[in-house]
Design a protein around this ligand. Structure first.
Ligand SMILES: O=C(O)CCC(=O)C(=O)O
Length: 360
């Protein structure tokens, strides 16, 4: 039986070293079944993109008309897409550029240095190359670095990269900004659901929310048509705030059975609803499957910041959203229990949140 109290079930191979070996074919462990390959899905029109919302620095108090427009746009995006990009969000453009560059530089360090941060399945903290511990699983074409930002007792600078210089400071500053942004977005979502503005944040544990960062590194791939940088999944947590690569597209979002390739707006942050918001909203908002494709001539870096509930409090549908017609769809579960699934099995579409629906 697999469990998380062990090391990885097979020796870890860094995808970056496979890429840099110059081999023209990828190992079979990375070859996806035909139905999961990027080329198997109907290509959506290039004109389609996820909604882009100018949140006007969230100046919600000053102007009622503007506030109503932003609320409506966010509401439509949550209901129709589960994914949207925000511009004018208040995070300095230089900070976004610097932190992306800092992480890019980290992945260019010699492998021996990065190995010093190698992670394990118990905490995921550090430098990793697989999600899930199932022996023989088909792997994704990416490496990553995972770290905790909140709660404060889990934050440990010694586990963050010491090089390049300033990366730790950049992570600190970026984390502070993104946590503020996550809090503001939860207010918008609460209001749009007809709840008190502080409802979702309180349900997430108030001052004790969790936050962690996964930086994804997708090396060049000699056979991108056979694999994925990250398999289809919905995010297990609350809200995800993603800083995409500004040079290379790769994120695809499932919408009406088609995969839409996201075209990032300059200095935008991509926001998506996670499974915990699906549970709290009693599926009025739904987390959405997404995946990442890779390519043969460009590497790609993205920063996924996960804004999560405190890990040991029960998360369940808001009482206000339960009616006779729509009883609670989910039983209470803590995020610690919930995230065991992805940590054991790796990315598996929306199978977890769908399987948890209470029998009716
Ligand atoms: O790299 C991306 O654009 C998306 C990353 C992602 O979905 C994740 O880290 O969960």
């Amino acid at each position: 039986m697999t469990n998380l109290d062990q090391d990885w079930p097979e020796p870890i191979v860094r995808v970056q070293s496979l890429s840099e070996s110059g081999c023209p074919v990828i190992p079979t462990r990375y070859i996806k079944p035909p139905t999961d390959r990027p080329t198997a899905s109907a290509a959506a029109s290039d004109a389609v993109n996820i909604p882009i919302i100018d949140v006007h620095g969230f100046c919600l108090d000053q102007d009622d008309a503007l506030r109503d427009t932003i609320l409506r746009q966010v509401s439509d995006a949550c209901r129709n897409w589960g994914f949207f990009q925000i511009t004018n969000h208040g995070i300095r453009a230089e900070l976004l550029d610097d932190i992306r560059q800092g992480w890019h530089d980290f992945f260019q360090l010699p492998v021996e240095i990065k190995q010093g941060y190698a992670n394990n399945p118990r905490t995921y903290e550090g430098y990793g190359s697989r999600l899930g511990v199932q022996r023989g699983a088909i792997l994704d074409w990416s490496d990553y670095f995972f770290l905790h930002y909140l709660p404060p007792h889990l934050k440990d600078h010694n586990k963050w990269p010491a090089a390049p210089p300033c990366l730790r400071e950049l992570i600190e500053e970026y984390g502070e900004e993104v946590v503020k942004l996550g809090g503001r977005l939860l207010k918008l979502l609460s209001l749009n659901l007809g709840l008190q503005e502080g409802y979702l944040r309180n349900a997430f544990g108030g001052e004790d929310v969790g936050a962690c960062l996964r930086v994804n590194y997708y090396p060049k791939c000699p056979q991108p048509e056979l694999t994925l940088g990250l398999s289809s999944h919905s995010d297990p947590g609350g809200l995800t705030l993603l800083l995409p690569d500004d040079q290379v597209a790769g994120l695809q979002v499932r919408n009406a059975h088609k995969w839409i390739t996201v075209k990032p707006a300059p200095h935008a942050i991509i926001v998506n609803v996670g499974d915990q918001v699906q549970v709290l909203s009693n599926a009025i908002y739904r987390s959405v499957e997404h995946r990442v494709i890779v390519n043969s001539n460009k590497e790609r870096v993205s920063l996924a910041f996960f804004y999560n509930p405190k890990s040991d409090i029960p998360i369940e549908p808001a009482k206000e959203l339960i009616t006779e017609d729509k009883p609670a769809l989910y039983s209470p579960m803590t995020f610690d229990e919930y995230r065991l699934f992805i940590r054991m099995r790796g990315p598996q579409g929306k199978s977890q949140v769908e399987s948890l629906k209470s029998p009716r």
